[in-house]
Design a protein around this ligand. Structure first.
Ligand SMILES: NC(=O)c1ccc[n+]([C@@H]2O[C@H](COP(=O)([O-])OP(=O)(O)OC[C@H]3O[C@@H](n4cnc5c(N)ncnc54)[C@H](O)[C@@H]3O)[C@@H](O)[C@H]2O)c1
Length: 317
């Protein structure tokens, strides 16, 4: 997929990953159209872009707004807007259907009417469900998510693939491990830091000790991986895992957070749900094979523990 000198629509552009991606695209000389409704994103995350003449921001809700005007003249759509809260699916089964599946469908419809050719879409490790092959490669199957969020992203992948083959479009689908770094607003690091600021003597940890084992990738590596994947894609619909090459437990994360905060709290494990998970829909083990993108020249600069330590320092700063 050609990215050079193209006009790119970035949905969810005031959010964590999309704001970093949009900045990188502008740095590379692209024209960027951003859309966000500020349901989770913040205007300040776009402060480095708002004055850039190559950046145009539209405030709007992708579920209801007219999409024909924003898509006019767009060459590549990077659709990052979503509700990424895995936990929510256990109490509100509608939100991921609307915010992830219906919004993606609306964008695909507007895209085919406007003649859009290229799509970049961030999916997630949760589409794999609980796998028996670790590290999990892109061709693992069957894909049986255990969360409504994972199911919604898998539905989006399927919709995008079908549109590509029906309307002669191309797509790169990225399955991310857990992404951490500056401008993140909701993850285990924020949870631990908030709790430790309230009570430095003890830390409540969701799950059974030592917690789930998962892979974490820094947002800087994630964005470079997205661009490398788009440029390397040779199939009409290409799937790339993006993560680091190792994993760590929740206990490892707690140790790094407390070390960076210079605290020695007592850990209080809740015991978790459904056999020690942090929450319903929480996958116990997640490590993605990144050999496919690795063979195309991309490699994460930071491992999971380094990414977590860097992200904690960035949040505390
Ligand atoms: N953060 C991760 O670890 C991770 C892992 C796997 C996949 N992803 C995917 O990456 C993408 C970005 O995730 P993130 O962590 O940056 O999330 P985020 O919540 O920081 O960003 C999402 C952005 O989309 C906007 N948005 C949501 N619904 C909208 C709507 N209806 N109209 C307009 N704007 C809307 C929000 O305001 C927010 O700015 C998502 O698609 C998510 O599913 C993230």
């Amino acid at each position: 997929m050609e990215l050079t000198d193209r006009t790119v629509l970035v949905t969810g552009c005031a959010g964590f990953i999309a704001s970093h991606l949009a900045e990188e695209l502008l740095k590379r000389g692209n024209r960027v159209v951003g859309i966000d409704n500020f349901s989770a994103g913040k205007r300040q995350f776009m402060s480095g872009m708002l004055d850039n003449p190559d950046f145009r921001f539209i405030e709007g809700d992708l579920l209801t707004m007219d999409l024909s005007a924003p898509l006019k003249g767009v060459d590549v759509m990077c659709h990052l807007a979503a509700n990424p809260d895995v936990r929510l699916g256990a109490t509100n089964t509608r939100v991921h259907f609307d915010q992830n599946i219906a919004v993606t469908y609306r964008l695909l419809e507007a895209g085919r009417e406007s003649g859009l050719r290229d799509i970049m879409f961030p999916s997630t490790s949760t589409v794999y469900g609980e796998t028996d092959v670790i590290p999990t490669p892109e061709d693992y199957g069957p894909l049986l998510p255990i969360s409504v969020y994972g199911a919604s992203k898998l539905a989006c992948e399927a919709l995008i693939a079908s549109y590509c083959h029906t309307f002669e479009q191309n797509a790169v689908l990225y399955r991310f491990a857990n992404v951490v770094g500056p401008r993140s607003t909701h993850n285990v690091l924020h949870d631990f830091i908030r709790k430790l600021r309230e009570d430095p003597s003890s830390l409540e940890i969701l799950g059974a000790e030592p917690g789930t084992s998962k892979s974490y990738v820094h947002v800087s590596d994630c964005v470079q991986g997205m661009i490398a994947g788009a440029e390397a894609a040779s199939h009409q619909v290409e799937v790339f895992n993006i993560g680091s090459r190792d994993w760590m437990t929740v206990r490892d994360i707690a140790d790094i957070v407390t070390d960076e905060m210079r605290l020695t709290p007592e850990y209080r494990w809740t015991g978790g749900v459904m056999g020690g998970r942090g929450w319903v829909g929480d996958v116990k083990k997640m490590l993605l094979s990144v050999d496919k993108l690795g063979s195309m020249g991309w490699s994460p600069r930071l491992g999971s523990k380094e990414a977590i330590r860097r992200a904690v320092q960035e949040i505390l700063a």
